[in-house]
Design a protein. Sequence first.
Length: 397
Amino acid sequence: MPTLSSRGLDIGASPIRNLLPFARKAKEQGKHIYHLNIGQPDIATPAPALKAIKELKENIVSYGPSEGLPALRETVASYYNRFHAELSADDLYVTTGASEAILFTFLSICDNGDEIIIPEPFYANYLGFAHLTNIKIVPLTSRLEEEFKLPNTEDFEKLINTKTKAIFLCNPGNPTGQLYSAEQLERLIHVVKKHRLFLIVDEVYREFCYENKFTSILSFKGIEDNVIVIDSISKVFSSCGARVGYLISKNKSFLQSVTKYAQLRLSPPYFGQILALSCYENCSEYIHKAKEEYRYRRDVLFDEITKIGTIKHYKPAAAFYNIVELPVKDAEEFCKWLLTDFEYDGSTLMMAPANGFYCNKAIGKQQVRIAYVLNSADLKTSMKCLKVALSKYPECQ
């Protein structure tokens, strides 16, 4: 029998999708599942964008430019002006989702064995792409008890060595919902300049900040050659399946390297780019309504979890995620049990075990990530379901 690669055998499963086989079986048994495990918004994609796709009249869907359609690049560069980022289309590449932007970044800045420092918990796919590219993720742990605030600059500097190539942030944060301030970012900028590192920032959730203002890393001056930004239309325009992301930098040498990888995959998705282009037309009202809806859902979730009384939690400042700590020994086993052995009025819920968002799996063993992407009525019902489940879980008896 042919053998598989060690890379394919060793790569970890997604904590977001790992329990899907159990969910499918539960659905086959007639259970309704409240999906709190994945950041798939239920807010409708902008209607004009869907209309633009339906009204396309091309006879041939041809290859496009490897860097993306010029009109889309110009539009996104202009959109970023609202965050005090002075961009041109030449600073921006369209990618097949933010995922490809992450992959191109890792391939362009790191050699085998190089290191990237990331505050944990972090988006689990960072670890997967690091594994594919033979990069070492060096975690710097932030704590639920401190609402996952950014670690001190001294803690970052302790981890820097000759193999370190970058510091990677997700701001606003997935899976934590934290938001880093301009002052925190400025302190970290001094570190990357001092040590001649890249500063990669995933800003996909920038539009969903509730009490405090979002600061783009692109708004800082004198750091242009160090900064790389990851972006996507997936969340802000509820268009996850369009697979359109962006890679943004003013570092021309970096972009020249990215060009080679972009040419290898030929071009980003054409239909997704047409949809994206329409999304940005008169987008302010759509974004405002989505933001206010997620703010309301966050507050509903916080209140409902507070009523349960046995869960450690906090009120996230941004995005649409919350990591909470359950009164169980192993949250992953509890999440499986919810799908295999539990139901409440014909329903159960699905959450993402948080250990998959940590390098140190033990830290997140009792934690789960909840994505508050369901409407408020479903959020309330799902939390009732969780309360009953915790009362019936054998370990909690």
